[in-house]
Design a protein around this ligand. Sequence first.
Ligand code: PHE
Length: 489
Amino acid sequence: MAEDAILGFLESNKNISDSGQFAADVGIDHNEIINVIKSLHGFRLVDAQDIKKEKWVLTGEGKSYTVAGSPEVQLFLAIPPEGISREELQKMVDPSVYKIGCAQAIKNKWVEMGKQLVSRKVQNVEDRVKDLLLQIQEGEVVDQEDIDALKRRKLIALQTWKGYSLQRGPNYAPKRKKAVTDLTREHLQRGDWKELEFKEYNFSAKGPPAEGGYLNPLLKVRRQLQNIFLQMGFEEMPTNNFVESSFWNFDALFQPQQHPARDSHDTFFLKVPSTTRELPEAYVERVKCVHESGGYGSRGYGYDWKREEANKNLLRTHTTAVSSRMLYLLAQQKSFTPKKYFSIDRVFRNEAVDRTHLAEFHQIEGLVCDRGLTLGDLIGVLHDFFSRLGMSKLRFKPAYNPYTEPSMEIFSYHEGFKKWVEIGNSGMFRPEMLLPMGLPEDVRVIAWGLSLERPTMILYGIDNIRDLFGHKVDLNLIKRNPICRIGID
Ligand code: PHE
């Protein structure tokens, strides 16, 4: 309605000089007129210019005097011709009226405040204040002197009034065509698209905030561990193959073919491709011999080693498969160079899923390969590594791994839980694993491994692994989890 009134008026008139006046003329609320003007201006149907006017309006107190009369007149009228005691007079009017009224009436020389009596000094009074307030309320012009006096008494206040003057804009039309946002099948079928006005694209509109790029806590802790290894001078091993042959995952690590871990109850075997394409034949031959009849100081397992078993593809069950490949490559170099290697990546085991186990998790593995290393070196490196993770109280327990001897489980004292918790596994790789690879006889390899999930769950206070990894993870946890700063200092 307001829009029709404005556009209609401008069709036969040059301009609207005052939106306030216009609103009053057409009998529409000025705020409504203003909103429509803003919108029409935005689409350039009209060109509008701001106008600002300042006007005096009555304050609450001022308004009350237009009805009850000014306090000085109220007070004057309360005084009977014969006079009245102050106490009596006070009872007759409001306390604020009494206070202001006395002050003003004395100033006007209307009353006399005698010791005994308050009495009138004049017969009649005129309520100028009330009259002035009424004039201002009506928008009439009032003397500056009077304005100043009323302002001082806080009976009036200045209000800025905003409105517009406007005339037709470059896109003026007596009726606005609504711009269409989308071209639809119906528009095409009916042929409306020829007449329709389409809304222009706003290329400078801000898009919704990008929701992406949040790191899972596992990735944050992984980055910290990577930094710790790099600070200790370790190189990262390439771990980019989840699929591995049984040979590198087990046989090269001196894990016998009938070992329960090599069962499909524990390991995921691949159906396609079910076997590996190539293995280093001469080395395979040496591994077969060690398994069957020993050598390099070992008695071997004394069984019939089968190549088909070694060829089977699986999802690697530990990152030590990567370590065995790397050590073999190292052994193929012309001259031996000591190395410190690490890896942090995913491994897979056919496990029953519960609050601490999933069928896939991440392993952290470190190894040092050098001449003449001892178990003391392993213990020293473990102390160095774990103290950088904030675990300086360590204990070791003898353990068994087919590929290490001696082997040690690593325990750390957890100050929060007030108990020793197992944090990893370690050992020195067996000579019957290293020598068939071709490493020099005095070269020893110390190594350790742990899961990434365990420290991450402790650091982030997560007690169910399914809240950390997998389809049940709450995306808010991923968006809001704090940064991880272990090992920085
Ligand atoms: N591979 C072992 C595991 O999966 C960890 C380990 C790594 C043990 C290196 C000894 C040496 O638990």
